[in-house]
Design a protein around this ligand. Sequence first.
Ligand code: NDP
Length: 288
Amino acid sequence: MQYAISGKTRFGGLLGSPVAHSLSPAMHNASFQKLGIDCVYLAFDVTQDRLEQTVRVLRELNVFGFNLTMPCKKTVIGMLDGLSTAARLIGAVNTVVNQDGKLIGHNTDGIGYVESIRENGIEIEGSEITLLGAGGAAAAAAVQMALDGARKIHIANRRSRSWEEAGRLVDTINRETQCRADLTDLSDSDALAERIAASSLLTNATSVGMAPGVDETPIRDLSVFHPGLTVSDVIYNPRETRLMRDAREQGCRAYNGMYMLLYQGAAAFRLWTGREMPVEYIREQFFS
Ligand code: NDP
């Protein structure tokens, strides 16, 4: 189909650096075309120091909204007119919606994660979960699972860069949601094994196992993989991480993070257009 830019075409896009590799322009433009929506989505290479002036210009040009990649996800907060509950609790924004001139920040990364695991029949409500990591992906997944009714989330992180952030994440979940959260040192193997034994879902939201470090795994003790456990890795390169392979060999179901990317985009698309992204079509075009 020919793409027709008219005098009324609205635009939005992705801000961050680097952005050239991103799948988001292809995903959103194909969806606009498929549904006949007169919008285009572009990628803008914007460094943090140019974010404020860029957001000012986008506001003036009446964009429908935009996405942000790290490190702009945190910096943008002070430039917006409001935040969704998830964005406020996570402390990061990946999607901005222009609501009648007001720029409202959302975070759809966690929604993307939860929708991708629900698709595999995993229920969050009332469940006990062990989550490895406390960076951006982990915070988004933890907050969304807590908002969606998880009963307990055990966060395990190494005592390093994000240890204090992990503590703040646990406090935020305990203060602002009905879910109970606690923090364990990833190297405390007994405490970790105890928490995984009580969990139905083990989520890896660390970067351990991501290419090129494909032989690495955050879990070395294979005895923690019990029959009632599903393992979910936010990593999608490689498609099967060592953690997933080990879990499957011990009889657990295991899934990668490929569709988290699709569903965070679908959630942003819904916020901008009020329409459902044609996810089956997008999956066939870009995710097979
Ligand atoms: P961050 O850098 O924000 O967080 C990384 C986390 O992994 C931190 O908790 C970090 O701990 C931990 N970590 C890193 N190296 C080690 C290690 N050797 N041992 C133990 N813990 C470690 O990254 P993101 O949260 O943005 O990304 C994490 C992963 O999620 C990446 O692989 C990324 O590709 C993937 N991702 C997938 C998405 C999807 O759509 N499927 C979306 C976003 C991310 P510390 O701070 O102490 O270093």
